[in-house]
Ligand binder design. Structure first.
Ligand code: PLP
Length: 394
């Protein structure tokens, strides 16, 4: 038995990746499993982006780059913030990293000390609490239920703040719920945050573009510009451009914080992959209509899936506003099936219905499961039929 570090013993492997892996294993054994656990677009990376990467290789962009990313890409990120968010950032306020996850990890490493508290609204993206633990800080989870459309209220935020609070995570549109905070809801959270000037806000905008609300996308910096000097925007090309495997994320925020994150990166991974940076550059600078094509398809699947799930007795499914996930309440189904937890329910669904789903408790909220609709309509229809059959057979 090896004595591993306290920090690594405090965390668990990503449950969403684990579900995908389990589904893949069962499939390899010849079982006809439908996996709805994955968190990546089923589309190929658009051709013009792939071409840019091929050209980058042929042009010899195969060496180390600047630790914080090539200057063209940092400038493209600044231009993106101006174009999409009407926000001004200079290249020294931007850091390019190896995926959105890496950007978050750099921020937590640069910002948090042992014992610091991090407020994480639940249902949360699975990695926030474990990444927080990994740097020795303490996750403080604030529950938002389906009744509040999975969004925390200003009162809940205030109640969670202590003298040790140093960071608040916001993720909108949200993985796993698909809900987005409105401009006004963010402004209301900002009012509370103004009273606590030491708290930094990490706004994870990874799904910014996968959104179908009438109102345009908003993050807290757009809703409360006076909080810009205490916010870090985290984003990347993974989801919007179907580029999960390329591993390019970026962060924008106060110069001093970005410089500290760059220092962390310089002593860990160094620059993100050179070829991928050129691909991301093409993505940000190229024709943005590729995003809309994918979003239209996600919305079509969403509309089908939400209605079909909601019609199954024991499932309550709210329409979402973006992403490619839905997060129905399944407490009714759990009762009927005699399952005490959603983990149990998901195990039963995997064994008896051959559908792989991620239990809500992986996202901090028991009584739910997350379905990813980053898969074809035919597969979704089959999955719904299997879940319906399971429910009706109880
Ligand atoms: N943030 C959220 C909310 C996500 O869902 C994901 C990916 O699942 C990420 C960040 C990380 O993205 P990347 O694959 O670029 O590391």
């Amino acid at each position: 038995d090896y004595k591993l570090s306290r920090r690594v013993n405090a965390i668990k492997p990503s449950p969403t990746l684990a579900v995908s892996q389990k589904a893949a294993e069962l499939k390899a054994q010849g079982k006809d499993v439908i996996g709805l656990g994955v968190g990546e677009p089923d589309f190929d990376t658009p051709e013009f982006i792939r071409d840019a990467a091929k050209k980058a290789i042929d042009d010899g962009h195969t060496r180390y780059t600047a630790v914080d990313g090539i200057s063209e890409l940092k400038q493209a990120v600044c231009a993106k913030f101006k174009r999409d968010n009407q926000l001004e950032y200079s290249p020294d306020q931007v850091l390019i990293s190896a995926g959105g996850k890496h950007s978050i990890f750099n921020l937590l490493t640069a910002w948090l000390n042992e014992g610091d508290e991090v407020i994480i609204p639940a249902p949360y993206w699975v990695s926030y609490p474990d990444m927080t633990l990994l740097v020795g800080a303490k996750p403080v989870v604030v529950q938002a239920t389906i009744e509040q459309e999975y969004k925390i209220t200003p009162e809940q935020l205030r109640a969670a703040i202590t003298p040790k609070t140093r960071l608040l995570f916001l993720n909108s549109p949200s993985n796993p719920t698909g809900m987005a905070y409105s401009h006004d809801e963010l402004a209301a959270l900002a009012e509370v945050l103004r009273e606590f000037p030491d708290i930094l806000i990490a706004t994870d905008d990874m799904y910014e573009h996968i959104l179908w609300t009438d109102a345009p996308f908003a993050n807290i910096v757009m809703a409360a510009p006076d909080l810009k000097n205490r916010s870090v925007i985290l984003s990347g090309v993974s989801k919007a451009y179907a580029m999960t495997g390329w591993r390019i994320g970026y962060a924008a925020g106060p110069k001093q914080i970005i410089a500290a994150m760059k220092k962390v990166q310089s002593q860990s991974t160094s620059n993100p992959t050179a070829v991928s940076q050129y691909a991301a550059l093409a993505a940000l600078e190229g024709d943005q209509s590729c995003i809309q094509t994918m979003v239209t398809e996600f919305k079509r699947r969403h509309d089908y899936l939400v209605a079909a799930l909601h019609a199954i007795p024991g499932i309550q499914c709210l329409p979402g506003q973006g992403t490619f996930y839905t997060f129905p309440n399944v407490t009714g189904l759990m009762r009927k099936a005699g399952c005490k937890t959603d983990v149990e329910l998901c195990e039963r669904l995997l064994e008896e219905a051959n559908v792989a789903l991620v239990p809500g408790s992986a996202f901090g909220t028991d009584g739910y499961f997350r379905l990813s609709f980053a898969t074809s309509m035919e597969v979704l229809e089959q999955a719904v039929a299997r879940i319906r059959e399971f429910a009706e057979g109880l």
